[in-house]
Design a protein around this ligand. Structure first.
Ligand SMILES: Nc1ncnc2c1ncn2[C@@H]1O[C@H](COP(=O)(O)OP(=O)(O)OP(=O)(O)O)[C@@H](O)[C@H]1O
Length: 257
């Protein structure tokens, strides 16, 4: 079933530049852009423990690029994403994120995180509710409501969700669409930096290729850090890559495939 949107919304929708043919930027090209994220000497030790899970991690990432973090299981990749998202506080070091300008201000800070297997945590019974869960209630204000619809449409277009009904139960979608929905639920909040933990995990071949291309397209609009073991699929779109070694030591590296 086609996605139903109010006519007033359809008329007011002005599409963004189509993001169909994203080209992986070279590292040289990226280095001329200003960093949106700078991480300096960050270490992390969980409260009440003696073990450092991150050991003096330093790196920076230019805006509108895709950074990949790979490495052995248990080396600290997810821990780094949690620290970058503000879910854990570094024991040492500094994380600097470029502030959004006023008109770009997001609804929930400028960093989004998509956890591994995000569809396991769907909260709502319809696609629309899942996308808008936790957003401020705009029902009483027609202008804000229209802005929300515009935002939803742009996001649905960007992640390829327009072919499904807003009323569908998120759990009834295919695995690929579930992953798109989870991604869209973050994008609706308009992050400038999006962190993704194993975005291709558990997907079949076709869905993996689709989601990898989708991430490449998204970097025309925002900056992405992806933790993944799926190097082959992501390599064509990676601008910068780092290897995490056991003990939470991060170093810049080429993608080894
Ligand atoms: N709160 C905690 N206290 C102590 N150790 C922890 C805590 N959280 C995670 N760890 C340990 O820290 C290490 C790093 O975990 P993390 O999940 O960041 O690794 P990872 O590289 O993402 O692994 P995977 O690729 O398997 O997802 C693991 O050995 C894990 O058991």
């Amino acid at each position: 079933m086609e996605t139903a949107l109010p006519n007033s919304f359809a008329l007011s929708f002005i599409p963004r530049t189509p993001a169909k043919h994203a080209i992986a930027s070279s590292m040289l090209c990226c280095s001329s852009r200003s960093p949106i994220l700078q991480v300096k000497d960050v270490s992390y030790r969980p409260p009440g423990t003696e073990v450092n899970l991150l050991d003096h991690v330093s790196f920076e990432l230019p805006e509108k690029s895709l950074g990949l973090i790979f490495g052995r299981s248990g080396s600290g990749k997810t821990t780094l994403l949690q620290v970058l998202a503000g879910l854990a506080v570094p024991t040492e070091g500094v994380i600097t994120k470029e502030n959004p300008t006023e008109d770009e201000a997001s609804t929930s800070g400028n960093t989004g995180i998509v956890f591994q297997f995000p569809e396991r945590y769907f909260l709502a019974d319809t696609v629309l509710e899942e996308l808008t869960f936790g957003l401020p209630n705009r029902a009483q204000n027609p202008l804000m409501q229209q802005q929300l619809y515009l935002q939803l449409h742009q996001v649905a277009l960007a992640v390829g969700l327009l072919g499904i009904s807003w009323d569908a139960n998120p759990r009834s979608l295919s695995d690929g669409y579930k992953r798109r929905l989870a991604l869209a639920a973050q994008l609706v909040r308009r992050p400038r930096l999006l962190l993704l933990d194993e975005p291709l995990a558990g997907l079949d071949w076709k869905a993996r290729m689709d989601v990898a291309k989708l991430l490449a397209n998204l970097k025309q609009e925002l900056t992405l850090i992806v933790v993944s073991h799926d190097l082959k699929e992501l390599k064509p779109y990676v601008d910068k890559a780092w290897r995490m070694d056991p003990g939470g030591r991060l170093s810049e590296a080429c993608v080894p495939v």
